[in-house]
Design a protein around this ligand. Structure first.
Ligand SMILES: *[C@@H]1O[C@H](CO)[C@@H](O)[C@H](O)[C@H]1NC(C)=O
Length: 181
């Protein structure tokens, strides 16, 4: 019994020291990170409660069931079906602020056009951070950045592309594993 107590005490004091030194994460801290990072899933998905805040000044092309860039069924796309565009910006609001480090934007690429845009992140306190700016981009664009807590993503059209509009097929946002991105 005495030996058990000594072992228990030593084990406990080891854990307590480690946590206070941040060398070791306990289970509650892991769960908090897991939730803050949206379970490592696409937090811009329509199934995760995200919506398009800018919808009233965006144009959606095609039947209503297949036009949101937050959908999963994105493989039927042509000039009259399955994409959206804007002169200004497309703003995606997540269901809460999430910690993410990657956004993927699939630009409308059927006719080989290129686009210029920047991405602004807005956190839960309305602080804005520019995450990315790119010119003459084509197809699928993967943007990675330092871990950032974000409530709203603003994809802003910039002049200089083939057409004056920013046309998009799909948007996703994740916390991705740094060793793999
Ligand atoms: C666009 O794709 C949809 C869905 O596949 C199809 O019904 C429609 O006929 C296509 N339109 C054109 C112009 O190709």
């Amino acid at each position: 019994m005495l030996i058990f107590l000594i072992i228990f005490f030593q084990t406990f004091s080891f854990l307590a020291n480690s946590i206070s030194n941040c060398k070791f994460w306990g289970f509650p801290q892991l769960i908090n990170k897991f939730n803050l990072r949206g379970h490592y899933q696409d937090v811009a998905s329509e199934f995760n409660g995200a919506f398009i805040k800018s919808a009233r000044y965006n144009i959606f092309v095609g039947p209503p069931l297949n036009i949101s860039p937050l959908r999963y069924q994105l493989y039927y796309v042509n000039n009259t079906y399955g994409h959206m565009y804007t002169d200004t910006s497309i703003d995606i609001q997540f269901s809460q602020a999430y910690e993410i480090n990657q956004i993927i934007v699939w630009l409308y690429d059927i006719d080989g056009r290129n686009h210029c845009f920047k991405i602004i992140a807005i956190d839960q306190y309305n602080q804005e951070t520019e995450l990315f700016q790119g010119l003459n981009l084509i197809g699928m664009v993967k943007i990675t950045f330092q871990d950032q807590i974000i409530q709203t993503v603003k994809i802003v059209n910039l002049p200089g592309g083939t057409s004056s509009k920013l046309a998009i097929i799909k948007i996703s946002a994740f916390y991705a594993n740094w060793n793999l991105i």
